[in-house]
Design a protein around this ligand. Sequence first.
Ligand SMILES: Cc1ncc(COP(=O)(O)O)c(C=O)c1O
Length: 474
Amino acid sequence: MNQDKIPLFEALTNHDRTNIRSYHVPGHKHGTADAMQENTYFQNILRIDVTELAGLDDLNDATTCIKEAQMLTAQLYNAEQSFFLVNGSTVGNLAMILSVCGENDTVLVQRNCHKSIINGLKLAGAKPVFLPTIIDEQLVLSVGIDREKAYKAIEKYPNCKALILSNPNYYGHSVALGSLIKKAHEYGIPVLVDEAHGAHFSISESFPSSAIEEGADVVVHSAHKTLPAMTMGSYLHINSKLVDQNRITTYLSMLQSSSPSYPIMASLDIARHYAATLKKQGIESLLVSTNEWKQEIEKIEQLYIALPTACVQNDPLKVTIGNKCGLSGFELQSLFESVGIFTELADPLHVLFILPLHVEINKQTIIDKIREVLQHYPIQKEKEYSVIAEQEVFAFPYSYRELGTRKREFVSFAQAINRIASQMVIPYPPGIPLILDGEIITTKKIEQLQWLIESGTRFQQEQYIKDKLIEVYK
Ligand SMILES: Cc1ncc(COP(=O)(O)O)c(C=O)c1O
């Protein structure tokens, strides 16, 4: 196949060039509706915001240009089949989980997963066994699955329906998964990987290895996170004898819109084309640019780049920055925002930058702004912080199906100790639950929660958290 082609985008622009009059949805009629005519932000994009017209194929039954665009994606990623997703990795995670497990089925799940994984398990009614992760002492972060403990869990639960991993983490730390995937396959267990942050890994060996190359059965990518795709644009790839492709397509068509966005899908086509071009050309100049950026940051005396001490691979596009001025990560992030620099996330200690997948021009201006905004901050002792993470494999005593029928109530943090949570407590970003629905709430978890609130962490369903209330099963 010819990776120079961009079949879906080309079909859309050809359609736009013909002299067309719209008597179909969407109601903006190619942007000609009065409400949109003056809106220069929307004008161009609305010209390609169409529906399943002749020649433009149908995501839910792809036979022409969308099919070709998905096949080119599969070829680039070395997958048997790839699918375009218009509702983020979220929908990919839901579909992959629902396609392998159902009520009361045991599944092995990496604990520091995104909430969409837990929601998939809840929809399936499955019974999770959570696998611990490696905590990097220096970064105070979960950096990846603890493979040794995962091997033992596979031996202990040989009949489980799937091993569900989340790799890399939000900060770009990545564990090589090959041996773990091999072990699961020896037991006939399919391996599903949420690789939301690694859509660019297959482009070059300078990035961590991708789960697809390591032999995973299903891999989900948020193309919009690091490739030039529109928000929500994502891919799901399958390479498997253990997972039924028809079940995945059935769930995708149940969970996604019957009117998927053509701009999002076309951006996925463009993102794949861009990735293929980079793969062919090599990324040396990009790496020079990211290294220069990091070297400049390290020259600023108030800052340092926080690297993991644990043995994990590091994505060169992700830069975790700490400070020597006693500021929390949230305070540092606000300082950057005050000079127009918006970063991906902050945690109590760090700010995370995601560098672009292209050579950045004018980066010196940004570095100068960072230096300037910090110049009057004296060097001080660093904030101390510790993370509480499960060190052992823990199996839920109930399945999500059983829990779903129980009554719930809100109680204070103090009263919640030793009760079973019926909600997830989710610092956002990164969207990884601190407390899971179905988990026993310990004193340590409540202490950690208090500490995160005090340090300025944002939460989903923030009002309850601010009122120090948490929902538990009666
Ligand atoms: C690890 C991980 N998985 C899945 C998701 C959901 O991805 P999306 O926003 O593409 O739905 C996220 C979002 O941040 C994530 O960090």
